[in-house]
Design a protein around this ligand. Structure first.
Ligand code: HEM
Length: 457
């Protein structure tokens, strides 16, 4: 599929291509709809202001605006139940109802989530990306003003996130640059390492893996080219599903645990042990390509920077088999030329919330901090949930028994770092806690206008 055949003006922005690191602020505003007609009137006014995927030739805006809806939100806006029934099961159930699949137990259970999340009160999500704090304040003031004037809407929750220097997340790693290559979207130079591994090189993924109403990896090989399941047009065209998940990070506990363990590992090499947990050095360089030490400079955006396969490291001596990136995108690691993995890819757009814990501090300062994890996919169950359930929260696919992803923390309590001898990293603390989340539908622009006009059958 060529870029020209993708209707970028009908797809919301920041999905196929990120707005970019110049947008240092992202705010999420969850809204409740008390009155369907007023909610639709507000949406009608908003449709033209929603930022699309069209390239910015005339310079970037100071702030962008995007919109997504929960299942209760569709109902609150008057979308008929018979239409809502055509959306995917997991979207209709919502993230809280999927807690068992996602491993959200104990402190991460929905009963302990932040007020307004997982309760059915959050109907719409407005996402604002802004270049600086003054652009953010202007956009937020305008949004709040419009909500107040409408009278039929209420703010359920606001969450404000901010990019740290060098695009690091709270545990200290460069994050967010490894993304799937998409046919007709991704620069061909960036395909190596981002798409589907082939005998000779890599190929990009079909658009329908991420945007509804287009051929996905299955339908493109179907002789009748039947499109993947989606609501009827216009809802099922150029729309997608979004996962919004607030994950608290206990940075002090993570630092202490790694520091204590490194006393027994590789001559007290704390940085190396950190790298083994993620599969990348903190600057982003992959262990497969740089197993002994990080290169002094690593530009994750350089062509080919992400080009590596796990076949060169079958025993995990360079990158542990249970490292975070080897679990979350195993590439060719499960054999069969990557055929077991390429249907489970996600586009990630997360941002850190809360203040950074100053470098070297290993005692908690009581501040709330973590990651607002956001991803887009055409099938939440096959893509996001599969990664979380089968690869991060379970070791079976990798012959790792009960080992779970060490970064996220889990019930097993350890990570195996292959080597001669192997090193067992323990204990695995509750480094992360789910504070809440929602599954959302991100309508294409025509779909959004149809919902706003109340003409969805
Ligand atoms: C606090 C929670 C999390 C942290 C701190 C975290 C951190 C990271 C880091 C540092 C990277 C490497 C940088 C990059 O490849 O862009 C990464 C990659 C990735 N993470 Fe996470 N992550 C978290 C949660 C999750 C969750 C919940 C999922 C999915 C269910 C996930 C899926 C991925 C994927 C797919 C990659 C890309 C791997 C690749 O393409 O090689 N992460 N994460």
């Amino acid at each position: 599929m060529s870029a020209t055949s993708i209707d970028l003006a009908d797809i919301q922005g920041d999905i196929l291509k990120a707005y970019g690191n110049r947008y240092r602020h992202t705010s999420y505003v969850f809204i409740g709809v008390g009155d369907a007609a007023r909610g639709r009137a507000w949406l009608s006014d908003l449709v033209d202001r929603v930022t699309t995927a069209v390239h910015w030739d005339g310079g970037r805006p100071d702030a962008t605006l995007n919109l997504a809806l929960t299942r209760p939100g569709l109902a609150a806006l008057g979308v008929p139940d018979t239409t809502i029934e055509t959306f995917s099961t997991e979207f209709r159930q919502g993230m809280a109802a999927r807690a068992a699949e996602l491993g959200d137990f104990e402190d991460s259970a929905p009963a302990h989530w932040d007020p307004g999340l997982g309760s059915g009160e959050a109907h719409m999500l407005v996402t604002i990306n802004a270049l600086d704090s003054s652009a953010l304040e202007t956009a937020l003031a305008e949004l709040r003003d419009g909500l107040q004037r409408n009278g039929g809407l209420s703010t359920i929750l606001e969450e404000h996130t901010q990019m740290f220097s060098r695009q690091r997340e709270h545990f200290g790693f460069a994050d967010g640059f490894s993304q799937p290559a998409i046919e007709g979207v991704t620069d061909p130079d960036r395909v190596p390492g981002q798409g589907v591994p082939q005998a000779n090189g890599w190929r990009p993924l079909a658009l329908g893996e991420f945007i509804l109403g287009h051929e996905d990896e299955e339908s493109r090989t179907d002789p009748k080219h039947r499109l993947p399941s989606a609501p009827a047009d216009p809802l099922g065209r150029n729309s997608t599903y979004m996962v919004w998940r607030k994950v608290r990070q206990d940075v002090a506990l993570f630092r202490r645990t790694v520091f204590e363990a490194s006393r027994f590992y590789a001559a007290r090499d704390n940085d190396k042990l950190m790298a083994k947990i993620v599969g990348r050095w903190q600057n982003g360089a992959p262990l497969v390509n740089a197993p002994s030490a990080p290169p002094p400079e690593f530009d994750p955006k350089a062509p080919g920077a992400n080009d590596f396969r796990y076949a060169v490291d079958p025993t995990g001596s360079r990158c542990p088999i249970g490292a975070h990136i080897r679990r979350s995108n195993p590439r060719d690691a499960l054999g069969f030329d990557g055929k077991l993995t390429f249907r489970h890819r996600i586009i990630r757009r997360g941002m850190p919330y809360g203040p950074e814990l100053p470098p070297g501090v290993t005692e908690d300062d009581g501040e709330e901090r973590g990651l607002v994890f956001v991803c887009f996919n055409a099938s939440i169950s096959r893509q996001f949930e599969s990664i979380q359930r089968q690869w991060l929260n379970d070791g079976n696919s990798f012959h790792l028994g009960n080992d779970t992803d060490f970064l996220l923390g889990g019930p097993s309590g350890k990570m195996t770092i292959q080597g001669d001898p192997p090193f067992f990293l323990a204990p695995q603390g509750p480094f992360t806690t789910t504070r809440g989340g929602e599954y959302l539908f991100v309508p294409g622009i025509t779909a959004l206008a149809a919902i706003a006009d109340g003409v969805v059958a």
